[in-house]
Write a protein that binds this ligand. Structure first.
Ligand SMILES: [Zn+2]
Length: 486
């Protein structure tokens, strides 16, 4: 223990003993008392909770406004090493909607160990998650009454801004390691009702990620919540109902696996350019691709996916393809967050966004939102958003190049555009058909739609997989779709 830390412990002790606690400290002290006492909270080594629940599909539902898609969560187990700053969550989740990976339950395992976040695949393969995920999971670690109040009790933490909001007593806490959160307690029971963390979301910018606590039960001298509800702003992302929980039970090995510890940071994005036809280029990435279209006096990009980093790299590479022609437009396939993660980057680069009319309000909102937690290209270089909505078949043509943008409403999303090049007989689409995949949940409805439209297509160019001939599409679209029971 350092000298300073000893002194501040001593000071905190004296303050408690001899003087009135500040309103901020009083909220924390009240919460600690209600939960089982500060000494008991400081002594907790592990927390293990098991139960089930529901997850929602933020940024991936059928329309930007929809919130009806859910996963049923079973076998949920979250183990926390309270003092060690480690946690591991395991669950099995079953989609209650037409999910691109099919209806089979998926096992998910993820963890945080200090600054190392990792995921464990069903095969057992461990991957280190990006730094942004580690930040999110570090915040998630604190969204529990015990870890939050324990952090607030630390003499090295600062507590400030006692106030009342929505009839709850609130206090701002900055932990000894500099992580900030808001703690809310019930004015009557003094039990924590909510912990709110402010985090960055690539698409939404600054978001309040909150976990609410309800139905406390006595567990080994501690009060612990049975219901935990997590939201991103007002959108509920997860509801967990705990069936069984224990303090200081055997939590298992919560250290990050060695493969995650030694993993190297992700490489910068690469863009591989391939000419698909005269004036049409495929700009390939790792998982998400784009297509560049050359007109007589300008160029148009199809898709700015994933993130600033990916999309700025794609835009820069697109401009190199023909430096004499300005890149002026971005066509967005659909609103899903992995396909719209570069919308803000494209606005910052001065591109006009063309999307399905149903996505315009979302993108206008995304363009306006604050990005102060992690400033992105648009936050650093503000530009007015130019967004054009399309609600019927629209042709972009100047005599040298023709592309038709076709609104398509299917089970994957109702606000999608596919791009059809009639001269080259090429169709560009995202997510509804990934050639060579395991299952083809959306291919049959797309095939039906294309047949209905009588389009003459030789090649499908997916924004998620390698291009494939029409015959392969027809074959894979005709394969039986797995059902939940097989
Ligand atoms: Zn999608």
């Amino acid at each position: 223990m350092t000298h300073t830390r000893f002194l501040s412990l001593l000071t905190a002790g004296l303050l408690t003993a001899c003087s009135q606690a500040t309103p901020e400290q009083q909220i924390v002290n009240d919460a600690a008392e209600a939960l089982g006492g500060a000494d008991r909270i400081r002594a907790v080594k592990t927390l293990v909770a098991e139960g089930d629940g529901t997850q929602y599909n933020l940024g991936q539902d059928v329309t930007p406004d929809a919130s009806g898609q859910t996963f049923t969560v079973i076998g949920y187990r979250r183990a926390i090493d309270v003092a060690g700053g480690r946690a591991r969550t395991e669950m099995t989740r079953r989609p209650n909607f037409t999910f691109f990976q099919g209806p089979q339950p998926q096992k998910l395992v993820n963890g945080i160990d200090g600054a190392t976040a990792y995921n464990v695949a069903a095969s057992g393969a461990v991957t280190r998650a990006p730094a942004a995920v580690a930040t999110d999971r570090g915040a998630e670690f604190l969204r529990h009454p015990i870890t939050a109040v324990r952090a607030a009790l630390d003499p090295m933490a600062t507590v400030s801004n006692a106030h009342t909001m929505n009839n709850q007593s609130m206090v701002d806490v900055t932990t000894a390691t500099g992580v900030s959160f808001m703690l809310a307690i019930d004015p009557t029971t003094k039990l924590p009702t909510q912990v709110i963390t402010r985090l960055d979301n690539t698409n939404l910018g600054d978001v309040a990620v909150s976990t609410s606590f309800a139905e406390y039960q006595d567990v080994g001298g501690l009060q612990l919540p049975v219901r935990l509800t997590t939201k991103v702003d007002d959108f509920t992302t997860e509801e967990i109902e705990v069936a069984k929980q224990a303090a200081d039970a055997e939590a298992g090995d919560l250290a990050a696996p060695a493969e995650a510890q030694k993993a190297t940071p992700p490489a910068p994005p690469t863009v591989a350019v391939e000419e698909l036809a005269r004036g049409i280029w495929y700009l390939a990435g790792g998982s998400h691709h784009s297509v560049l279209v050359e007109f007589g006096d300008h160029m148009t990009l199809i898709e700015a996916p994933q993130s600033d980093a990916r999309s700025l790299a794609v835009i820069a590479r697109a401009r190199e393809v023909n430096p004499k022609k300005p890149l002026t437009e971005l066509v967005n396939s659909h609103h899903h967050f992995d396909h719209s993660g570069g919308i803000r980057a494209a606005i910052a680069e001065g591109l006009t966004i063309i999307t399905h009319q149903g996505n315009v309000a979302l993108f206008e909102n995304m363009a306006k939102r604050a990005h102060t937690v992690v400033p992105d290209a648009l936050a650093k270089n503000p530009k007015p958003a130019m967004i054009k909505g399309i609600s019927e078949d629209t042709t972009l043509s100047d005599g040298t190049m023709t592309v038709q943008l076709l609104p398509y409403s299917g089970p994957h999303t109702e606000t999608m555009l596919v791009a059809y090049f009639p001269r080259e007989r090429v169709l560009v689409e995202a997510d509804v058909y990934n050639p060579g995949g395991q299952v083809f949940m959306f291919a049959a409805p797309l095939l039906e739609e294309l047949k209905k439209r009588n389009l003459r297509i030789d090649r499908i160019v997916p924004l998620h997989a390698k291009p494939a001939p029409w015959a392969q599409f027809v074959k894979e679209a005709s394969l039986p779709v797995p059902t939940a029971t097989n």
